[in-house]
Design a protein around this ligand. Structure first.
Ligand code: ING
Length: 318
């Protein structure tokens, strides 16, 4: 039986440091209404969608950063998103900063069913950047200061979506650059990967240089390869534009299990892109080229989990 779902990436433009959650939520509600008008059944919002990308700002005392985090979901600020989801019958992915009752801090994403139930939660595993103020950088990227590595692994769940169901999984931003993240989801037969990102369009490290045009290319390369090599769809949604003078790139995309870009945002502002997915397309890859059971040789992959860093190879001797 064909399982078709209409996917939407709800890209957000910039959120300025001084703007409250109500501004972001108001803009997200307008995007959700557009998604409803265009027949979308799943909406993917970006990473840290409720606030500015605050890891660019250094705080000596972490408690002074608490206002960037959610201690409950829904909250008064986010409840309108849950109400809209129920009204439109739309499931949505939301990225936000999580502060747990025990005081743990995570870069988190949830998938919320139209009923308002949180079906899946994920906490970002790969935290880029640094922990302490780095005077070399023009812009700080303090994710290792403000978040702990995720402790939930990369879960996949088969969840009801629209009038069918799908195997859904998530990752966040930097995770997309690590093939291990995609493969752990692929080994659970993921069909739809939802991921949000906030990616600076300029390399923040003075000592490193990555040509501007390659920033987007590397992002798309990572997502297209991950979707193709694990026979899944991916909805990758940016927060974009210039936040207090610091630029994040947009180029949100929806990718199919062949690695093809089905839809791409062309602005760096609030923008909805939509594509219809036939989940049966995942079967093709999973039954042929990427039939893991038939083709993988884990006995030769032990380095992947045994090692963290790379090791220099032995020198060839005559
Ligand atoms: N941002 C960036 C990302 O991985 C980055 C950090 C940019 C790393 C460019 C490497 C190169 O897309 C987040 N938030 O992870």
């Amino acid at each position: 039986m064909t399982r078709r779902i209409t996917l939407a990436a709800a890209q957000l433009g910039p959120i300025q440091r001084a703007e409250g959650r109500d501004v972001a939520v108001g803009r997200m509600l307008r995007l959700m209404e557009k998604a409803h008008q265009r027949g979308a059944q799943v909406v993917v919002f970006p990473e840290l969608a409720l606030t500015t990308f605050f890891p660019r700002w250094y705080e000596e005392d972490l408690a002074q950063a608490n206002h960037w985090y959610e201690t409950a979901l829904p909250s008064n600020a986010t409840a309108p998103l849950f109400e809209a989801a129920r009204r439109y019958g739309i499931g949505f992915h939301l990225g936000y900063a999580e502060l747990t009752p025990e005081g743990h801090r995570y870069n988190t994403a949830v998938y919320v069913h139209p009923s308002g139930q949180v079906v899946l939660k994920y906490r970002k595993v790969h935290l880029p950047g640094h922990r302490d103020f780095d005077p070399v950088r023009r812009v700080q990227h303090l994710e290792k200061r403000y978040f702990e590595p995720g402790d939930l692994g990369f879960p996949v769940i088969r969840a009801p979506i629209a009038d069918t169901e799908a195997n859904i999984g998530m990752m966040i931003c930097n995770d997309r650059r690590w093939p291990e993240a995609w493969r752990v989801l692929g080994l659970q037969q993921v069909e739809l990967v939802m991921l949000g990102y906030n990616t600076p369009s300029l390399n923040a490290e003075n000592k490193g240089f990555e040509a501007h045009h390659l920033r987007v290319a590397h992002s798309h390369l990572s997502i297209q390869a991950g979707a193709y090599q694990n026979a899944c769809f991916a909805v990758a949604t940016a927060k974009a534009g210039t936040e207090d003078g610091h630029e994040l790139f947009g180029h949100s995309i929806i990718v199919n299990p062949q690695g093809e870009i089905m839809a791409q945002a062309t602005s760096w502002d609030d923008e909805l892109i939509v594509a219809e997915a036939d989940l049966g397309m995942c079967e093709l890859g999973r039954r042929t080229i990427f039939d893991f059971a038939r083709h993988r040789r884990p006995e030769h992959y032990t380095r992947i989990t045994a090692q963290t860093g790379s090791e220099a190879p032995p020198r060839w001797q005559t």
